[in-house]
Write a protein that binds this ligand. Sequence first.
Ligand code: S3P
Length: 428
Amino acid sequence: MKTTPLAINAAKLQGHLQIPGDKSISHRSIMFGAIANGTTTITNFLTGDDCLRTIACFRKLGVVIEQEGERAVVFGKGFTGLNEPSEVLDVGNSGTTIRLMLGILAGRPFFSTLIGDESIGKRPMTRVTKPLLSLGANIDGRSGGEYTPIAVRGGGLTGIEYRLPVASAQVKSAILLAGLQADGETTVIETSKTRDHTERMIQHFGGKLEVDGLTIKVQGGQPLQGTNVEVPGDISSAAFFLVAGAIVPNSEIMLKNVGLNPTRTGIIDVMREMGADLQVKNEREQFEPVGDVIIKTSTLKGTTIEGDMIPRLIDEIPIIALLATQAEGVTIIKDAEELKVKETNRIDTVVRELQKLGAKIESTNDGMIIYGKQQLLGGTVSSHGDHRIGMMLAVASLVCKEQTNLENIEAISVSYPNFFNHLESLLK
Ligand code: S3P
């Protein structure tokens, strides 16, 4: 396995970055383009491996998709334009691809099989397949349907009312995508508010749905119409530079065109609560809110992160853990068991890898406790094939006293192929 030495002791980080497209919205723009009628033109599309897998899967279902860099055009023919694939659909590392596609395939009257990489093979799928079975789809997979490979023979769906057992936007989205193809109404009731990109996309593509607090209702059989989608920058990618700017001395970074959907801005709220010198400017609304975020080196204090805040920053917890090592006092993260079923078990990988760098951090059943402020030392660490762990460790190396070497750096291309170019452009 390749081990890559990382930069040590950045003097300061200065400049501005155009943050690459949001991963969740990029996936959905291809999917909605494929199930709508007519042409969908997508700009600022994220060219990370995960989103390219979504394109490859829809091409196997017969959808014509042109993609060159950050521009993609999808020629949708509605749900009925999807055809039985002659090959297995391989989602690679992408949980969003497999779970949302299951919702789409559940309504299609043909046979399809889905596989992914080693990490996908360990991620739970019955949370999605169980409600889809209740809608009327035939789905099975390894270990009683829990793991890939998963086979679907869809069609003949009838709307259901379903109370989500976990706070998961992927599960909610899969049920809504199946509900769009079902007879009658489908109701999803969330436990906590999760990212609402699917709900916004349904409306952006001309569909209707009702949202009342944690309850979402969608009618089956609605036609969707192709449209233009300008993907906002990914706040989950911006998060690495927000934290880098806050912890590296003498820094000031402007991150442009960052998605500011309130279901995703937990990182901003928590950083402010911890004392970060963070400003949001130039806020504007497309079908998703966006703005520019400025971060300066900050004096930070520990905090407690729990409850409804967790889904609003679930993907940012690895980088928040690093931030907490550089804050005075204790930071407690709880109610975050979902971290155990991400690309890796992120409670274990975050705690283990940060300990290797000299951090004082311990795992709990549903999160972690971090003791700051701690001078990180350096050492050899691994992404464990998890993009967000890899980027967190790269940012950690900036405040380590000695050299840090990162194993399995390639994983970062899943969500941020230009990450190191962007980082280098800020190093002064
Ligand atoms: C996502 C939802 C979240 C998140 C993932 C993307 C989405 O997963 O962690 O990176 O695009 O819907 P869960 O739904 O499993 O919480």
